[in-house]
Design a binder for this molecule. Structure first.
Ligand code: PXL
Length: 274
């Protein structure tokens, strides 16, 4: 088996089961070496906790990149998630300009359910557009796709609307689009993969309760599976099924509101990748 190495750029939320505390175990469970470039340290994620602390690490990121470069470090892919501010887009672009990574997988983490996350404004959306325009694969949810393309956010839509979003994102410059949270009926959701020509759709059961961190679970499992040689479609299906399994494992615990209990599900990733 070829051994792959990814550099993931996202925050450390010390409590909250998202970003790096999800990406490290999930990608590692896929059998892929996971190097990290922390964008910020937060006490918790920003979705539902109040009074969180946040230390942006832009200056340190620049130093880390220079050191990596001096070592001749190379990564099969750079996978980006939550960035602390728009300036960090320049850091990611610098990683690619220095050719430390050959493939850029960008999850434009900034919004959900029609709303930007608390830390972001429209200036951040403009910077995220720039990042996505350079990416090989992007993994937005519908809210993020709307912000990136200027399309109207809808909760009910048809395939033409989803195709329009995917086309808009490819027009922006992204080579491939993996759109999450795409549901055409009340009891189902799914993922759409667009390669600039064909729109592939994978539908699965929808659980009405919303959980934080599931976008990071999906993007991490997708990245791990893709680096293990799965196609974009196969990786999207594996990631969607795994995310659903993690949500199902959390449903019976009403007190566990801030993330999903993904840890007991990690062994199934190896099985899914066989
Ligand atoms: O799961 C996405 C995410 C990552 N990191 C931080 C967040 C969020 C979503 O709210 O707040 C800090």
């Amino acid at each position: 088996m070829s051994y792959k190495r990814v550099l993931t750029v996202q925050d450390i939320s010390c409590l909250g089961q998202c970003s790096l505390t999800v990406a490290l175990p999930v990608i590692s469970a896929c059998g892929v070496e996971t190097c990290i470039l922390p964008s910020a340290v937060l006490s918790t994620h920003t979705g539902g906790f109040t009074g969180y602390t946040c230390l942006g690490l832009t200056d340190e990121m620049k130093k880390i990149i220079s050191h990596f470069d001096s070592l001749g470090a190379k990564f099969d892919a750079v996978y980006t998630g939550y960035l602390a501010d728009g300036n960090q887009v320049d850091v990611v672009l610098d990683i690619m300009r220095r050719r430390l990574g050959s493939l850029l997988i960008a999850d434009p983490v900034m919004a959900d359910a029609g709303k930007l996350y608390p830390a972001f404004d429209t200036g951040f959306v403009i910077r995220m557009k720039e990042l996505c325009s350079r990416a090989d694969i992007i993994l937005p949810n519908i809210t993020e796709a709307c912000l990136l393309t200027g399309a109207e956010y809808k909760t009910e839509y048809d395939e033409a609307y989803i195709r329009g979003l995917a086309e808009g994102l490819v027009k922006l410059g992204a080579k491939r689009v993996v759109l999450t949270g795409v549901g055409y009926s009340e009891d189902s959701t799914g993922v759409a993969v667009y390669d600039g020509r064909e729109l592939f759709y994978y539908r699965h059961r929808r659980i009405s309760k919303c959980f934080h961190g599931t976008g990071d679970i999906f993007a991490s499992a997708f990245t791990g599976a893709y680096l293990r040689g799965k196609t974009e479609r196969e990786a999207a299906v594996i990631a969607a099924d795994f995310t659903l399994e993690c949500i199902e494992n959390t449903l019976d615990d009403a007190g566990h509101w801030y993330g999903v209990k993904f840890e007991p599900c990690l062994p199934s990733l190896g099985v899914r990748l066989k």
